[in-house]
Design a protein around this ligand. Sequence first.
Ligand code: NG6
Ligand code: CA
Length: 520
Amino acid sequence: MALQLEKWQTLAAGFITFPTLCSEAQAAESKQPELPNVVFIYADDLGYGDLECFGAKNVKTPAVNRLADEGMRFTNAHAAAATSTPSRYGLLTGRYAWRDPGTDVAAGNAAMIIKPQQYTMADMFKSVGYATGAIGKWHLGLGAETGKQDWNAPLPAALGDLGFDYSYIMAATADRVPCVFIENGKVVNWDPDAPIYVSYKNNFEGEPTGKDNPELLWNQKPSHGHNQSIVNGISRIGYMKGGGKALWKDENIADSIASHAVSFIKEHSDEPFFLYMATNDVHVPRVPHPRHRGMSSMGLRGDAIVQFDATVETVLNTLDSLGLADNTIVILSSDNGPVVDDGYLDEAEELLDGHSPTGELRGGKYSAFEGGTRVPLIVRWPGKVESGQTSEALISQIDWLASLASLAGARIPQGAANDSHDNFASLIGEDRDGRDYVIEQAANHALSVRTKEWKYIEPSKGTPMVSWGPKIETGYLMNPQLYDMVSDPLETTNVADQYPELVKKFSDILESERTQSDTK
Ligand code: NG6
Ligand code: CA
């Protein structure tokens, strides 16, 4: 069609008075540019300091470095929460998880946490004609009722209800049963000889567990927790029976995710698409494919970062080979801060050798300190986002829904995504200030207010260190905390007593956010 028009235009040039052709040519000129594709590469537990282009030691991340060179690196970007489920909930709904009960780290048999009637990022893209796909870690529940799923039949409530045309997902995390991929609500490679049963309460008779049968843990052993059903020589959280040939091999999870992402991109290369690709790397159990083993000097955790980088490379190469790179926004980030020992004996801590997963930030996953929610962020959009730049804009994942809606020209329905602000200008580097403040949720639900200058952590109950194994400072204290993020970016000195008026201002902000009604 375009070619035909060009031919007609050339022909018409000699006959300027041919009215129909002129108006067609004008129409072609004023045609809106095609909507860009959007690809989220969403890592799991990848820390602010875990990528080479964010200062990582002992591990090379050439593909991510390339993305940063060709795009913009953000040094003050935050996940909405310090663990996966609430963070993803905020990202995909534009609504803070702390407003809604039942949004904490989900079991593998949790019911859908985002309700089918809720508006999601995928609904938004779909409303303006995008093809939408979710591939990789889900961790937001499936099915209508917790514990009542029939894993041997199509799940009645799944991602299709949330606006995703296509999904190929892990129900929860690699350390939680069921250890199978689910494609469009059906277990992949479902094995009629090994029907699947899942419980988070009781074991199934005769099934070994990590607790009772440690001799079966040939692949990886737990350091804390993770001592229930055994799959692929690794004990997990929760009990499952069956699975047979549907059971995943942890070594292949990254490749399965990458190859399905490639197929999705290929299949939709001639229409706008939104791909939410959530990797399993670098969550526990870290069991990278043998070809990535030993590629860092930090053992399995470092090798999982290498594997994450390989996934990024696959996606970038696919976009290149299909000629889609220029018209695709690639956004890379992580769901929460890093953890070293998160429950398996993988020597992650012993082999750090000077590498700091948080990039020296205090705390880590679960924590109210910066290490909990400050995450790497890279945005690449050739020709639109300046390349090789760094932005210090204050950014929260809660805003991505409204920001990308503004890009796509989608209208968010009244009452939906209320916490999400249109910050598209900062996401593409035009505005280098970003939000006035972001709100961060720690694992115990303590909220913090972070401005460019200050970090306020509200008083909350809890132990100073995570109490169940990971060696992480929680930042929980019964008194208010205030840190001067300009002179004290590592949150070493609580100055709340010196600035009572600021403490009041920030606690008022939290109070008013908490009481905000359901309409914008
Ligand atoms: C914790 C798990 C941890 C991890 C986390 C969720 C234990 C002892 N620890 O309860 O290993 O799975 O939940 O991580 O069970 S997240 O990144 O998905 O939020
Ligand atoms: Ca996580």
